[in-house]
Design a protein around this ligand. Sequence first.
Ligand code: GLU
Length: 324
Amino acid sequence: MITRRTFVLTAAALLTAACASTTTAPRDESTGSYTQPPLPANATLVPTNSPIPPAAAEQDCGDVTASLSPNGTTQGQAINAIRARGRLLVGLDPGSNLFSFRDPISGTLQGFDVDIAGEIARDLFGDPQRVEYRILGQAERERALQQHAVDVVIETMTINCERKRQVAFSAPYFMAHQRILAAKNSGINGLADLAGKRVCMVQGTTSLDFIRRAQPKAEILTAPTWADCLVILQQRQAEAASTDNAILAGLVAQDPYYTELVGPDLTDEPYGVGIPQGEDDMVRFVNGTLARIRADGTWNRLYTHWLQPVLGPSSGPPQPEYDG
Ligand code: GLU
């Protein structure tokens, strides 16, 4: 028989357990099972009092996407070193469906960014397969270039003034726009609705900086990759995620029943190939490849194959501006 005292104690214990179960999955030690799914490894809540980064857009570096003209460059110190090695070292993130992801059948990396890397290798070696990948988290992109751990980073990387102080960029090869991903019928329709909601983000991205400035009342949970954010959403451990429409469209393609893109375009995100600073020959060479794929129909073919099914027809590749 349950006495009144037992009932009160049990209710208090249940309440304490409920209060404790916020970020880490509570584990029932007697059965060894989780009462909630665990968060992916290295997912962390950003303390609400941590400093908000300054707006990169406010920093002026002239025409941010201007790059060096190809000028027919086929030789140079950096280019020759890559040719001598026989492979192009490419930094990318394998958790970005449609840009760089592992094909479940073949196990190989595929996607729009992977194919851009292949086109650069085709022009360097006459063989698009002469590529070696280095897996980089978003926050590791600039450092990997500065340390010459990779020749190029092709990882949905937005060209901005802050990054241009650390690395060089090709001309833009894709224009994305930040948007919001939410569960269907969640009632989230834009930035204002993210106040007080938990939003999954990836460290080292322009997306995270933007959300922290534009909606300081959102509770931010960071995860290692955007693919982790999809799992976190599916496990109901966050209510939204926000990054480039092209990346989010890749997540929706993985779960069209539960997730949808909501609200308007929030930013412009021109993607560039990241290159170590000072390697002007390589910047010109990559811009030569980008000029070729715009002209010979390759860019359109890649867009049609990877992105048109989720983003609709494109108005064509971004046009380059050369400043040297
Ligand atoms: N394109 C943005 C950036 O370079 C955000 C998305 C991402 O690359 O993961 O930070």
